[in-house]
Structure formats: C-alpha cells, structure tokens
Write a protein that binds this ligand. Structure first.
Ligand code: NAD
Length: 450
C-alpha cells in the first residue's frame, strides 16, 4: 500500500468538508452500527480464532462496547458538536464568546491485539463523530479480526474517509513517518514512547492508552468472598490479557488465607475444574506470550491453577504466593492469567510500594471502610479504577478511560472520545457598532485587557 498517497487522498477529501457535515456523520455512524450487526457472526468467529474467546465474552467485552459507543454518540452528537457559548468578561463588552469543536483532519488510530475489535472501533466512532478521516491500523497479532474489521469498514466508508491498513511494525512505522493530524495509540508503554517520538517530529497531538502494573488492594474489612469473585473475574476475563486487569493483589496479612480460599472457590465457580478444556476460557495470543507467562509460574508457589497447555496456548487461572518485589513476575505488567498475591500489615507500606513505581493505569480497592476508600483515592495516582469492583469503570460511557504518567496521556470513551478527536476552537464575536477606545495606545486611561 502506498501510505503517503493514501494520507494525501484523505487530506484532500477532508478539505471537501463532507466529513464535517453533521448529517453525514450521523448517517455513517448508523451505517457502521448496521455493518457491525451484519458482520457479527464473522466478527465473533474471528475473535474465536485469534483468542479462543467465547461468544459471551466476545459480546460483553468487544462487540457490545462498540454498539454502546455508537448509540451513545448517535443520541448526543448534535449537542456535542454545537458551539458552546461561554461567558465574556466585562472588559470585552459587546462581544460574545464560543468554543467550537472542530475535527483535526486525518486521524491515525493504532490498535493492539488483546481486545482487537473494540480497541480499534471504539476510538473510530469518536473520530468519525468528530468529523475526521481515519487511517486505522489493527494489530497483526489478531489477523482474523484485522481482516474482519477491513470488511466492515469497506462496507461503510470510501477509503478517503476511513481506511484500514493491515500490517505489523513496519506498516506502523511507515504510517507514523507521515504527517497526520491526530494519533490515538493503544498498546505498550515501550511502543507508546516510539509513537510519541514520531509524533513530535510533526507536532501531531497524541492520545496514548498504555499499560502498567495495576494494583488491587484487599483490606481486612472487605467482603472477602465478593472481593475474590470480582477479582477472579477482573483478572481472568480474556485470560488476564486486559490493560486494566488487576496485575497483583495486596491483601492484609490477617485475612490472606481466608481470601485465598475464597479465590480458589471463585476460580472454580467461574471456570470449572478444568479451565483448559473450558470453551468459555480465553487462550493466549502467541507462543512468545505463552512462554513468557509460563516462566512466571516458577517465580513463586502456585496455590491455585498452574496447568498449562502449550499446544493450545492456554494457562489456567493461576495464583502465586511467596512472591516479592524482586521476583521477575513483579518487574513488568504481567498481561496474562497469573496473579501474584502479596501481603501487607500497614496500608502505608502499600502506599509506599505503589508510589515508588510508575503510576498505574488502574487501581482497585476492596474495603468497607469509607475513610480508607477516600484515603486511597487521595493518596495514590492512577488512571482510573473501582472501589469494591474491577474493570467496570472501563465499561461506562460516562467515565473517561486513560492513564496517567507512564500509563498514558489523554482519555476517551463516550463524549471524551468525541472531544479527544476535536480541537476546541475559541471564537470571540465582536460587535462593530461601537468601539471602546481604552485598548488603544492613544487612550489616556488605558485598560488591562488580559
Ligand atoms: P504493542 O505496543 O506491542 O502493539 C500495539 C500496536 O503497535 C500494534 O498495532 C503494533 O503493530 C504496533 N507496534 C508494535 N511495535 C511497534 C513499533 N516498534 N513501532 C510502531 N508500532 C508498533 O502492544 P500490544 O502487545 O498489542 O498490547 C499490549 C499492551 O497494550 C499492554 O501493555 C496493555 O496494557 C496495553 N493496552 C492498553 C490499553 C489501554 O486502554 N490503556 C488497552 C489495551 C492494551
């Protein structure tokens, strides 16, 4: 594919202003929803082939989120797109002030493989809603979903408006070498740095949705049984290949054994006696990921799970005890179904450990103590998270999803996706039937206008 030519055609098409027409944007969003519906069986099959994801999980964590983002945008786009009247200071008497959202132009979206469908299409919805053209690069590690997405997009958009460019690192590098007007990248912190460096060359603004080690704190006063179930769900959905999955658990020492007992029961309840044979349990994406994760099983004492099947790229939901911060499993984001459980006596030690490391993408606290809940929110910096739950903040159209520090820059979901892909243009409309002389150097009185 001739990437410079494609971006050139999109730029020319953007200038024609069809993508800016509100009526056209709404029409295309409806058409996108209909195309996803039409291709639903193919999309579900593709997710199954790439990740062994069950229909239930593919619907609740992928396609369902795309429908939700589209219907949220369809019902609110008219209001988001309206110029917003704001106050005008007295010094500007006679004028009116507005903020006008305008599309950037050609947007580049680079997606990862772990939720290959929704992490490509949810940003796309906002980029289209805002009036941009889009070059979308799905992940080469989920090739079936990548080509299924290509088919959906080809049904709805001419390539000047939205093009899917399939390929791996070389393709991504070639896309980043061109000047685009906005980049939304979802992936690892390491590649996020590469993306930002490339964007800096063209001064292209970026949203970086990255990863990190997201802590999950279980206080002694928590409802342990419920905590264990919600943590098992948050960690082992998609076999732990979730950016906002709890990476590790910090449990108060006195309740550790009880918590582990509940966790074992929850894993059994959710995934059965033999998760490797459970059709509802997702597998890993590649041999490389399998080998990396299987090696972690030697880093501690396996207290739950531990079974592996290299031929299926599957590792059972596994919990490790006897791990500390020097263990290899505690160095980087795990991104798989291995959950180390650490113990703490004083919550201050947890604060210290979390604060000593890069700011996480997510943080979860299980506690019934309101004071502790508030203290954790105030004391620790993290992209987003839940009190007494896991993952669910990600699935709300009303909460911005994004990291902080090394876990990301910017956010999206719901109206945030629209505003992420919109420049906020300030406009002051001044009256001409009078002219206050105070601003001019000829004025004796003078006036500070700023
Ligand atoms: P990745 O960074 O390896 O790849 C992401 C995308 O970047 C892919 O499309 C890939 O082709 C491209 N890419 C890879 N190397 C590149 C390079 N050198 N130059 C240019 N482009 C390159 O990430 P991944 O393995 O697909 O996804 C896993 C990571 O993504 C985890 O760290 C996870 O936490 C993070 N993630 C974050 C979110 C979020 O919402 N914050 C969501 C999902 C995943």
């Amino acid at each position: 594919m001739d990437i410079p030519a494609l971006i050139g055609r999109q730029r020319a098409f953007f200038k024609e202003e069809q993508t800016k027409s509100l009526g056209e944007r709404l029409k295309r969003l409806r058409a996108l929803r209909d195309a996803v519906k039409k291709h639903e069986p193919a999309l579900l099959a593709a997710v199954q082939k790439d990740l062994h994801k069950s229909e239930f999980e593919a619907f609740t964590t992928e396609i369902g989120l795309v429908y939700k983002e589209i219907s949220h945008a369809l019902s609110r786009l008219r209001s988001w797109a309206k110029p917003k009247r704001v106050r005008t200071p007295l010094t500007h008497w006679g004028s009116k002030s507005y903020i006008v959202p305008e599309p950037y132009g050609v947007a580049l979206i680079i997606a990862p493989w772990n939720y290959p469908l929704q992490l490509a299409l949810v940003p796309l919805v906002g980029a289209i809603a805002a009036g941009n053209t889009v070059v979308l690069k799905p992940s080469e590690l989920a090739p079936h979903v990548s080509s299924a997405i290509t088919a959906v997009i080809a049904d709805v958009f001419e390539p000047e408006w939205v093009s899917v460019v399939e390929g791996g690192v070389e393709t991504s590098t070639a896309l980043l070498a061109e000047k685009t007007d906005y980049i939304l990248f979802t992936g690892s912190t390491h590649v996020g740095r590469i993306v930002m460096t490339a964007a800096a060359k063209h001064l292209t603004p970026v949203t970086l949705e990255l990863g990190g080690k997201s802590p999950c704190i279980v206080s002694g006063d928590a409802d342990l049984k419920l905590a264990a179930k919600r943590i098992a769900f948050g960690k082992f959905t998609n076999a732990g290949q979730t950016c906002v999955a709890p990476d590790y658990v910090y449990v108060q020492s006195g309740v550790k054994d009880a918590f582990l007992g509940h966790l074992a029961a929850a894993v059994k309840e959710l995934y059965g006696d033999d998760p490797l044979r459970n059709p509802s349990y997702t597998h890993l994406i590649s041999d490389r990921h399998f080998a990396r994760l299987a090696a972690f099983l030697r880093d501690g004492r396996v207290v739950i799970g531990g079974q592996t099947d290299a031929s299926q790229l599957a590792i059972a939901p596994t919990v490790l005890d006897g791990v500390d911060w020097s263990s290899p499993v505690m160095q980087d984001e795990i991104f798989g179904p291995v959950l180390p459980v650490l113990a703490y006596d004083r919550i201050e030690d947890v604060y210290e450990a979390v604060l000593a490391r890069p700011k996480p993408l997510a943080l979860y606290l299980f506690s019934s103590n309101r004071e502790l809940q508030q203290r954790v929110i105030d004391r620790l910096s993290f992209g987003g998270g839940c009190i007494n739950d896991t993952l669910m903040h990600f699935a709300s159209s009303y909460l911005p999803v994004g990291g902080v520090g090394e876990s990301g820059i910017g956010s999206y979901h719901g109206e945030n996706t629209f505003f992420t892909f919109s420049h906020q243009k300030s406009v002051l409309r001044q009256a001409t039937w009078f002219d206050i002389p105070l601003r001019y150097p000829t004025s004796k009185a003078g006036l500070a206008i700023i």
